[in-house]
Structures are given as C-alpha cells and as structure tokens.
Design a protein. Structure first.
Length: 265
C-alpha cells in the first residue's frame, strides 16, 4: 500500500479552473498514463529523440481523451495547460485579424495580456490559452499568421443555437477588462466536494483496503472514530459516494466539468 497524501497537499486544487479540475481526474487514469508512456516511446523511436525530450504533436491517442495532444500526467492542474479539443470543451473564441483598426478598436497583444499564456499549432489553426487566476480564455486563430503582437482583431460570433457556449465565451473575452464580464460558467460549483472526491480516489488508487481507511484519509482519524459506529451509517454512505464519483470522473465524466453550467433563474 502506498502512503496516503495529507489533506493539506490538496489545498492547491482550490485555485483550479474547470480545465484544471478535469485534468486532475484525467491524469490519474491508469489507461491515460499508459497512453502517455506509449506515445513517448513511439515518438522517440520515430523522431530519434534522446530520452527525456518530448514532441508535442496532435495524435489519435490524445483525441481519445478529448485532447489535442497528451500532457505529462505528473503535472498538476496548476502546472499543465491542457489543449482540449472542441468536442470536449465548447466555447473556444474564434478570433482573426481585422483589415485595419476601426472606430474605437484597440490593439490586441497576446503576450501583454495579464496571466499565463500558451499557444500550439493544430490543423484548425493557432490555439491560444490565457489563464489568470480562475478565469481562462481559449482563442482559435484560423490563420496562425494573425497571431502577431499588437494587431486589431475581430471576434467571430456563431449564429446557431448550438453556438451559445461560443457566444458566451466570446462575450467574456470582449468584456474581459471593463468590469462587465459575464460570469464564468465553466467554473465548478463546489470545489470542496471535488477535492474530497479526489482525496477518496487517491486513497483507493493508493491501495486503501477498506472504506474506513478511505474515510480517514478524507475526513481525518478523529472525525471518523467519532461517528463510524453511527447506526445510520452517514459517514459510510458519504465516503462510498466520494469513491464512486471520483472513479466516475477519472473514467470519463471529467468531461462534464468542461461543460458550461446553466444559468440559474
């Protein structure tokens, strides 16, 4: 049995975006880890890379997981910047250069934007990500040449009902600096629950032999000792749910974390 992680080691997850949460569950999937290792071996043989050197190319193995390319599973959601495919995360903002500045048109400079940035080339174009705190924007430039320093850009809105997530993301991007940004609906509603589910999943993956051991890893020894004998079995039921839900998220339901939440009436 592997040593269990201390609860304090999960505090970083409270700073994650929805993308970061989805990644935390995916990177724990043993099948994903196997794909990562297989991809690295395949690329090194094909490209003659020395050990430790990595190539970042779109591939079929990545598409299986909803990614443009595979990310190292040893990186946390604060370290990795997953490039999700459009079928996994709706709402990428389609952006392109304008012929020239119009009235009131500001110049866009990707690398002058606050926050962390990442860019990759895909068959669809240049895919750029901007993350600052728990806010994130995903931009797609159909023509990579449009992604230059300080240029006038235009946002291309979709016209179909199915484009609603894209339109909302575009509005968030357009109003990102004026204080009128619509709510980020990609943010998970309850990070505390997601953190407990992650703790329970890790305890199971580490080899915890019983439900009680998992509960102790999540809630602490004293809390479990105080109510484990409760005839209603509330703690047992909660722990069982955490394990089942954490496993479900790891096995594929992580994609639900990438979907925009419906606005409350």
């Amino acid at each position: 049995m592997l040593p269990l992680r201390r609860p304090v080691s999960y505090l970083y997850t409270l700073r994650l975006t929805a993308s970061g949460w989805a990644w935390e569950y995916l990177r724990r999937n043993p099948d994903y880890q196997d794909d990562w290792q297989l991809e690295r071996r395949t690329e090194r043989r094909a490209l003659g890379h020395p050990p430790g050197e990595q190539s970042r190319r779109p591939g079929d193995r990545a598409a299986r997981w909803g990614l443009v390319f595979l990310e190292p599973p040893d990186q946390t959601g604060l370290e990795a910047v997953p490039f999700w495919r459009a079928d996994a995360i709706p709402g990428r903002v389609r952006v392109g250069a304008r012929p020239g500045p119009g009235p009131g048109t500001g110049l866009f400079d990707l690398f002058a934007e606050p926050g962390n940035k990442a860019v990759c080339l895909t068959p669809e174009g240049a895919y750029a990500i901007i993350e600052r705190g728990r806010e994130s924007f995903r931009l797609l430039f159909a023509d990579p040449a449009d992604l230059r320093d300080r240029l006038p850009v235009e946002v291309r809105f979709g016209d179909l009902p199915s484009d609603e997530p894209e339109r909302e993301a575009a509005l968030r991007f357009v109003h990102r600096a004026d204080g009128g940004t619509p709510p980020n609906r990609f943010r998970p509603a309850n990070a505390a629950n997601l953190m407990r589910q992650l703790q329970a999943l890790d305890a199971r993956l580490a080899g915890a032999a019983s439900l009680r051991e998992i509960a102790e890893a999540v809630y602490g020894l004293e809390a479990v000792a105080g109510d484990w004998a409760d005839p209603d079995g509330v703690r047992r039921r909660r722990t069982r749910y955490l394990v089942e839900r954490g496993t479900e998220l790891m096995r594929g339901a992580y994609r639900t974390l990438l979907r925009p939440l419906k606005a409350k009436a």
